[in-house]
Design a protein around this ligand. Structure first.
Ligand code: CP
Ligand code: NVA
Length: 301
């Protein structure tokens, strides 16, 4: 059994194998062919935070594969009345074959994993969002056909999605540049870990310098879930990091623009770029479904 808590839980070969499986499943679904590879299997989805894409893509993944999912808002569980995370994890894993958890604190995820007897998937924590990056790699491969030598530039807040992207880029061999204001750098331990994996990572503050020659331009919200207490400060600190047509013009002419969504047009990205010809954001959202199916099959197997 293996958990998927950090993107670094996967090796290069495992990533490629998952992307290949996802591609096959995507093609089968397009032809109306579903499989029952997870028949009689159940996924518990323990969520402490809101979700549109992650929740729906996991639920549809299980139903497409002949299994079932059970959505559990932490508000409705006995946790709200004082039951421990540990007891919850032990009990859930007596019923289901896998647990996907979206948590406020990464330590909650580690606690669930420590007490679960079934695989645990990080469906987003304050530290990482590995499922997002797995599906983003599928999208990048669809548009660029390869990873090695590509320049992936992250602009804005060095947040949870950025941390997983740093590990993902290191594992598949893309150069990663992060442009962020001082104080918004990604997690230092993750940068170190990615460099140990052979990652080529540069952190800088000038977005124009960073974007020069980019193949992939990525951004995410400036106010992640849990950051709502510093909205004004963040809007002010990050305002020079908006992806607009001028910044995009510094990237390669065939660069793709990515955003994990939800997006705030007029903040981290302009509507013109988000809805423009280089944007692949809806493919990213769709690919959550195909990539997570591959992941569930690997873990539940
Ligand atoms: N990108 C993503 O995880 O979206 P949701 O928060 O809607 O799940
Ligand atoms: N960084 C964002 C991602 C949402 C999918 C957040 O944590 O809210």
């Amino acid at each position: 059994m293996k958990h998927f808590i950090s993107f670094a839980d996967l090796t290069h070969d495992e990533v490629m194998e998952l992307l290949d499986t996802a591609e096959v499943l995507k093609e089968k679904r397009a032809r109306g062919k579903l499989t029952d590879l997870l028949k009689n299997r159940s996924l518990a989805m323990f969520f402490e935070k809101s979700s549109t894409r992650t929740r729906v893509s996991f639920e549809v993944s299980m139903s497409d594969l002949g299994g079932q999912s059970i959505f559990l808002s932490s508000k409705d569980l006995q946790i709200g009345r004082g039951e421990t995370i540990a007891d919850t994890a032990v009990v859930l894993s007596r019923y289901v074959h896998c647990i996907a958890a979206r948590v406020n604190e990464h330590s909650t995820l580690l606690e669930i994993a420590a007490h679960s007897s079934v695989p645990v998937i990080n469906a987003l924590s304050d530290v990482e969002h590995p499922c997002q990056i797995l599906s983003d790699l599928l999208t990048i491969r669809e548009y660029k056909n390869h990873f090695k030598g590509l320049k992936y530039v992250w602009v804005g807040d060095g947040n949870n999605v950025c941390n997983s992207a740093i590990l993902g880029c290191a594992i598949v061999g893309m150069q990663m540049v992060v442009a962020c204001p001082p104080g918004y750098e990604p997690n230092a331990k993750i940068i170190e870990q990615a460099r140990e994996l052979g990652g080529d990572i540069t952190i800088m503050s000038d977005p124009f310098e960073a974007v020069k020659g980019a193949d992939v331009l990525y951004t995410d919200v400036w106010i992640s879930m849990g950051d709502e207490h510093e909205i004004d400060k963040r809007l002010n600190d990050l305002k020079a990091y908006q992806i607009d047509p001028k910044l995009l013009s510094f990237a390669k002419s065939d660069a793709i623009v990515m955003h994990c969504m939800p997006a705030h047009r007029g903040q981290e990205i302009t509507a013109e770029v988000m809805d423009g010809p280089q944007s692949v954001v809806y493919d990213q959202a769709e690919n959550r479904l195909h990539a997570q199916k591959a992941l569930l099959m690997k873990l539940i197997d």
